[in-house]
Design a protein around this ligand. Structure first.
Ligand code: 3PG
Length: 207
């Protein structure tokens, strides 16, 4: 199964910012116990590459997305660490071209019509929609899907247990991402059981 199919099937992507790579495997196991074999580990923290490396080694079943990738150097870091897919919050043609030249899967971010057109220009048809809630959420995705009806969206930013279904009910949305089950606070306080509980709750709500 290719990575888009997997993302489509799993539907919920926990978006993680790890300060300490030593927490990475415990966190990954907490997510797996909650029913999610996927994580977006963001390069917002310096621990991202080491975290990806550790999870890949201990939990090879996980689909590992490297998130907030802002430079080509971070693309290299992410891939060398074992990341499966690159995701960015915005559309950077240089990063997209770099990933394509290396045959690395990339899902760039968009928030406007012009950015979607840049994606189309680069033959990208699955995009992250960020920051989803702040940019008008479901209403904006519906409006953008009028002219750009072949584009599939992966919204993140302000998504939680309460509103995730509103997004997933749209046929043009393949998955939602969010940090609500993996907040910095929960990770910092090593509340891995709570992370599993929140993950299970999110997965159950898909039924
Ligand atoms: C992301 O990087 O995709 C988002 O910051 C996640 O947004 P959230 O913290 O509002 O869920």
């Amino acid at each position: 199964m290719d990575y888009i199919e997997k993302i489509k099937k799993i539907k919920i992507i926990p978006v993680i910012a790890l300060d300490d790579a030593n927490d990475a495997v415990l966190l990954a196991k907490a997510l797996i116990s909650g029913g999610l074999q996927i994580a977006e580990v963001t390069f917002r923290t310096d621990a991202a590459a080491d975290s990806i490396k550790a999870i890949k080694k201990e939990c090879p079943e996980m689909l590992l997305i490297a998130g907030t990738v802002l430079t080509t150097a971070q693309v290299d870091e992410a891939i060398n660490a074992g990341g499966d897919v690159i995701v960015a919050p915005g559309f950077n043609g240089k990063i997209v071209d770099y990933c394509k030249s290396k045959r690395v899967p990339i899902i760039p971010g968009v928030a406007t019509a012009s950015e979607i057109e840049q994606a189309i220009e680069h033959e990208i048809n699955v995009v992250k929609f960020f920051p989803a809630e702040a940019m008008g959420g479901v209403k904006t995705i519906k409006a953008l899907s009028g002219p750009y009806n072949k584009i599939k969206f992966m919204p993140t930013g302000g998504i939680n247990l309460e509103n995730m279904k509103d997004y997933l009910n749209l046929s043009q949305v393949i998955s939602v991402g969010g940090s609500w089950m993996v907040s910095k606070e929960l990770i910092k306080n090593k509340k891995f059981d709570e992370i599993t509980k929140l993950t299970l709750e999110a997965v159950k709500s898909l039924d």
